[in-house]
Design a protein around this ligand. Structure first.
Ligand SMILES: NC(=O)c1ccc[n+]([C@@H]2O[C@H](COP(=O)([O-])OP(=O)(O)OC[C@H]3O[C@@H](n4cnc5c(N)ncnc54)[C@H](O)[C@@H]3O)[C@@H](O)[C@H]2O)c1
Length: 442
């Protein structure tokens, strides 16, 4: 079966590559010619574990193609996945302009080239409830002369950056929103090889499927904000959030995951999706009070570490240099969209500090944001030289067991601000560090 992917970013590239790996003939479309050029040469445009090998193999074996021409996919593919950006708009609602433009372009191509065979258009982007109807209307209105038979399906994506290939190849569940039997059959057949172990394909109506994605992300973000609130209270009452986290996480009704306190949630999805769901509620005259609190807690938590650093140095960071370990919004990705590390760096710069930063994969993406406003090291210890303190902002494995003797000898003053609770407070104390972490006794 021929599959087209429209939008070849974090989701589209992984989706296209994994479908090709499963034997499908895949055409990936992107409007960015630089991306298309690089990917056609087998050079990944993002860092994702395992991606490069699959990309190269499927290019070599001829199952994967990259193009800027939507026509190539629009005319020949039985299924077209939209993996397009849905960034936050002015009020926090999802900006659907990329999705709507692609729908109009598709309708025009079908009209001009008279495609008659059936096609399933799939929204894989995270989109507000009602978007499948909207895309269907746009295609019908813009392409009223085309005569192409099509359905629009919702199929939200649940992959996690960093383990995206594994997630896509063995999804815990596939959610498909459609009221068309023909589209359901096509979608079931595409995903069948991915659920051989018995994980479910859940078929529902389009609106429930669209809501499922927002509900999932908002629930996970709520867990994070909840444990951050517990951590902040632990600090005031002398409790240790590490013990509390284990104490509650072992309850199967609660679960261990997403209970790590830290510097707030970031990334391209949680902040955007919680905001968008909140806006959906507002637009429907519903006050979603929990989401309002989740966002407010997160806004405050993002500044938790920088506040502690500024306080430690008496309210100003003039003539101070702070080393920052970690720039990506989480470990195992180069993605810095809404990264807590970037919020911390902005605060440090505003307070007058010089910043020397290191991340194993997110240096280029950070340079695109901060340019020369900060300095970049080639390895973690280099950025410690001459720094007054170390701030740890991302939980990369390589930051978990550093050579503390070396850390102490390189820092001007032995101060560590650990936004991910990577180290043991007692050990830090024994080694003579001033050590601040989240929700644990100093
Ligand atoms: N990144 C994630 O972890 C993740 C996980 C699940 C769902 N999602 C959702 O998936 C969607 C895509 O996210 P992403 O992170 O892959 O975004 P991205 O910004 O990495 O990729 C989007 C791509 O679409 C391209 N594009 C824009 N307009 C186009 C057009 N008209 N035709 C062809 N290409 C076009 C861009 O050049 C870009 O390469 C979003 O709705 C996001 O919320 C993302």
């Amino acid at each position: 079966m021929k599959i087209g992917i429209v939008g070849t970013g974090y989701v589209g590239l992984v989706t296209g590559t994994c479908f090709a790996e499963m034997g499908y003939d895949v055409t990936c479309v992107d409007i960015d010619p630089r991306k298309v050029e690089m990917l056609s040469q087998g050079v990944p445009t993002i860092f994702e574990t395992g991606l490069e090998m699959l990309l190269k193999r499927n290019l070599r074996e001829g199952r994967l193609h990259f193009t800027t021409a939507l026509e190539e996919a629009a005319m020949s593919c039985k299924v077209l996945f939209f993996a397009l950006p849905t960034p936050p708009g002015g009020d926090g609602e999802a900006d659907l302009s990329f999705v709507e433009q692609a729908a109009r372009d598709l309708a025009t191509i079908w009209s001009e080239n008279e495609r008659s065979s059936y096609c399933v258009v799939v929204n894989k982007s995270t989109v507000p409830v009602g978007t499948a109807d909207r895309v269907r209307n746009i295609i019908e209105e813009s392409g009223h002369e085309s005569g192409t038979l099509f359905d629009v399906v919702s199929n939200p994506e649940f992959l996690r950056e960093g383990v995206a290939i594994a997630d896509f190849m063995k999804p815990e569940r596939i959610v498909i929103g459609t009221s068309s039997g023909e589209a359901e059959a096509v979608m079931r057949s595409i995903y069948e090889p991915f659920v051989r172990q018995g994980n479910p394909i859940l078929v529902m109506d389009e609106r429930s499927s669209e809501m499922t994605k927002y509900a999932a992300n908002s629930f996970l973000a709520t867990k994070i904000s909840f444990i951050n609130e517990i951590a902040n209270l632990c600090e005031r009452v002398g409790a240790n959030v590490d013990h509390v986290r284990r104490g509650i996480g072992t309850d199967s009704r609660i679960g261990k995951l997403f209970l790590y306190p830290g510097v707030g949630f970031g990334g391209s999805c949680f902040p955007k999706d919680v905001n968008a769901l909140y806006r959906t509620a507002v637009q429907n005259d519903y006050e979603f009070r929990i989401l309002d609190a989740v966002l407010k807690v997160n806004d405050s938590q993002r500044h938790r570490l920088s506040r502690a650093i500024i306080e430690h140095f008496g309210g100003s960071l003039e003539n101070r240099t702070i080393a920052v370990w970690g720039l990506a919004f989480k470990a195992r990705t180069d993605d810095v969209r809404e990264s807590p590390a970037h919020y911390i760096i902005r605060d440090l710069l505003n307070a007058g500090a010089r910043v020397q930063a290191f991340d194993p994969e997110a240096m280029d993406t950070t340079r695109a944001v901060f340019g020369d406003d900060i300095e970049y090291g080639k390895e973690p210890y280099e950025v410690l030289e001459g720094a007054d303190a170390l701030a740890v902002a991302t939980e990369w494995h390589e930051f978990r067991r550093p050579d503390f003797e070396q850390v102490r000898s390189l820092l001007k003053t032995p101060a560590i601000f650990d936004g991910r609770n990577l180290y043991k407070p007692e050990r830090m104390k024994e080694m003579g560090f001033d050590y601040v972490s989240i929700g644990r006794p100093v």
